[in-house]
Ligand binder design. Sequence first.
Ligand SMILES: [Zn+2]
Length: 270
Amino acid sequence: MTLLKRVLLFLKKVQDNAAKTDVITYEMMQSWQHELLDLLKNENKVVDPEPIRKHLDGVLKKQLTRKSLRKNFKGNALNFTKARLTESSQKFLRERVMFSVSLIQHNREQQVNATLRRFEGWLSGVPTNSVSEAKEKPREAVKDIIKPLIKQSFEERRVLIDQGHKLSAAVNDAIAQDQGAICVEWHSHWQEANYNYRKDHKERDKKLFFYKDNYFVKNGYIKKDGIQYINDIDGFGQEPFCRCYGTYFFTLYDIPESYLTKKGKEYING
Ligand SMILES: [Zn+2]
């Protein structure tokens, strides 16, 4: 039986029972809530971390391919060892699995609570000691009551997608810092249909953001005027559902000359 059907039968029973009584007591309300909770058991089960770990591990594997690394990291060949990269990315993976499980668990609890709240609201309008039906008939009420649960799998997918982006961003950021990135070019998906982009992230599209602590940035190879620092803004995937990503640059040769000081230009012209 579908959830909708089960809850509908339950509402009808509650309505019938209410009609046979003078008042709805606290005990009656509590026992109905428990019964409804029982019906929602499947929707409120403990989150299994294993499929989440598998999903995020898949994201990671895709990201750590040579092709994908070449796309995100311009310039010199990266000289980290695969073992070191795997070690630090496993750490990020564990972190993201933990957050995903926790977020999904709280979502489920919230949705079940919202359903109970909606049921209570409906119940408060059910007539007692009467042959008439509730003002809002069970068939009309049921969809509204279980609405939070209908959205559940959609919400859970969104959490996984978001955590996947955060994982990618954390791994890229670790590689960039480890390898001494000079700057990163921001990419926003603002042109993608149906993507609810952030206005300030759209503004950043295709712009360069420099690392304050980088040797070349600190030592006068890069102009100070009019440049922006990655250290001063929220990073990739930090804001909820941000899907922006970066392309990282590690050598002065890959940076447009307009950003270079005289010293910087002398450096690349040997
Ligand atoms: Zn963004």
